[in-house]
Design a protein around this ligand. Structure first.
Ligand code: SAM
Length: 242
């Protein structure tokens, strides 16, 4: 996969893209990054990329000419162009899995009050990382890169992301490691039993319990078996009793 980024702060990408799983994926050739400084397409002696908003108001707006100059070649090279924007569709596990199938992405990072509206004509998709506003699109772009690259075959063991929260419609079950007892808190005995079928049953039940307690909205779309439904009924009944 190839991921290009258009930004006025290329330095923000240096360390995150060289570190840990993302860095290893790049080193191993699973993904190739191109970070493009928008100022190379800036206007005039100061390489300006922004201007005052028509109609007045606070803040500056990113001008269309530099953005067109940076995005058009990427688009012509076949990239699926994504603008990071609070008004975009929400980034979810399902969207990340779709994006991981694209051979080429170009991520456009806004700054200031955002971009001139006409730039949206060059964009295939707008993505938001949540209902809050950041100072720029660089952190959202890194969030998107992180969630997409870890899904590329070979980046991590497939079993570790297929069991993650959201992948199968539920939150993940609780996890424990050594020691067996810590400050009077013990690891559930079933996890020490060596009985894999029992462990799987316990994990499924705990995933259902956690999802019901914290994200009941996920249950409507989750692929549930009859056994899952009976567990949920039991959990709800216990809840009502207490
Ligand atoms: N005035 C804009 C608005 O109200 O929608 C916010 C502009 S924000 C200060 C500057 C840039 O940060 C945006 O153009 C976008 O690229 C990025 N950004 C901010 N919050 C974001 C979010 N939740 N998701 C994705 N990108 C975001």
């Amino acid at each position: 996969m190839r991921i290009d980024v258009v930004t006025i702060f290329p330095e923000l990408f240096e360390l995150p893209l060289r570190t840990s799983i993302i860095g290893r994926a790049a080193e191993g050739g699973l993904v190739d990054f191109g970070i493009h400084d928008l100022r190379e397409h800036g206007l005039g002696r100061h390489r300006s990329v922004d201007d005052y908003p028509y109609g007045g108001g606070a803040g500056m707006v990113m001008r269309p000419e530099p953005l067109f100059g940076a995005i058009e070649p990427l688009r012509n090279a076949g990239a699926h162009v994504i603008l990071l924007d609070p008004a975009g569709e929400r980034l979810t596990d399902a969207l990340a899995r779709d994006l991981a199938l694209q051979p080429r992405l170009a991520l456009v990072c806004g700054r200031y009050e955002g971009i001139d509206e006409r730039v949206r004509a060059l964009v295939d998709r707008e993505v938001s990382i949540g209902d809050y506003v950041l100072t720029g699109g660089e952190l959202p772009a890194l969030v998107l890169i992180d969630t997409v690259v870890r899904l590329l075959p070979g980046a991590i063991a497939e079993a570790s992301h297929t069991g993650d929260s959201f992948a199968a419609g539920l939150l993940e079950h609780p996890q424990y490691t050594r020691p067996e007892a810590f400050r009077k808190m013990a690891v559930p005995a079933v996890l020490l039993s060596g009985n894999h079928a029992e462990v799987d049953r316990w994990r499924r039940r705990e995933a259902l319990r956690r999802t019901l307690a914290r994200r009941p909205d996920l249950l409507g779309a989750a692929p549930l078996t009859d056994a899952d439904r009976s567990i949920l009924e039991e959990l709800r009944a216990v809840d009502e009793e207490s």
